[in-house]
Design a protein. Sequence first.
Length: 282
Amino acid sequence: MSDLPETLAGCADAILRTADGRAKTALSKRCAAAWFASREAGTPMPIGQGNPPDAPARPDTPALMEPRDMPRRRPGSPSGRIALLHAVAHIELNAVDLHWDIISRFSDVKLPMGFYDDWVKAAEEESKHFNLMCDNLESLGSHYGALPAHAFMWRAASDTASDFLGRLAVVPMVLEARGLDVTPGMIEIFRKAELPEAVAALEVIYAEEVSHVAYGSKWFHFLCGRHDLDPKDTFHALVRKYFHGALKPPFNEEKRAEAGIPPDFYWPLTEAEPAPPKGARD
Ligand SMILES: [Fe+2]
Ligand SMILES: [Fe+2]
């Protein structure tokens, strides 16, 4: 373990600067193991001072495309299923970086140790999710990088690079919560296609993502309390500021509740901002 950076923020930066997905996630798992070993020994690794890159290192492939240029495939076809797994792999790789980025970028904010425990655990799980998706792609004769992937996945991170509460509102509480809404439908697609390995992998992701959303809600509420802010109003203001567009129902209300996101947090955001007064558009 001695070749790892000495601080948690240093580990985060090294992971963010590793381009290859399998190498990035292997380093992520080793850093997580070192963190939890240090916590158990009662000598926690220092948090240190982060120096994250603006955007994480990425492999040469997949080619990144604007969402509107992405080829459309039917989810019921074999190539559609591969495209779906590829899209999830891409999301998971970004999730690994998002979890380490928050640790590094906001390393100057004083937080209880439990915050780092939650974020490191989630980063380790995202690393597992990426590898599960890669394994499934490879068993179907493809691989991560074989298809184009969405550009702009890092936009939520760039937009909230100097707003810790904004980051928590948009990434775990909007984007990861959206994962809870759509994953059951994906599991059904692979169940119908009789691909039990993919079903099992997506079920692991579905179960573990509930706690990632819950970590977001927990620490969002913690910080609102620290700054004497109303959590619901603050959440609405930050999502309107940093998330581009309205939230889309149907919502997985049960899992969102389990993750500590009540309906009055997300339902009011299903509508675009109130229209400008009459005449303002002329
Ligand atoms: Fe994940
Ligand atoms: Fe996650």
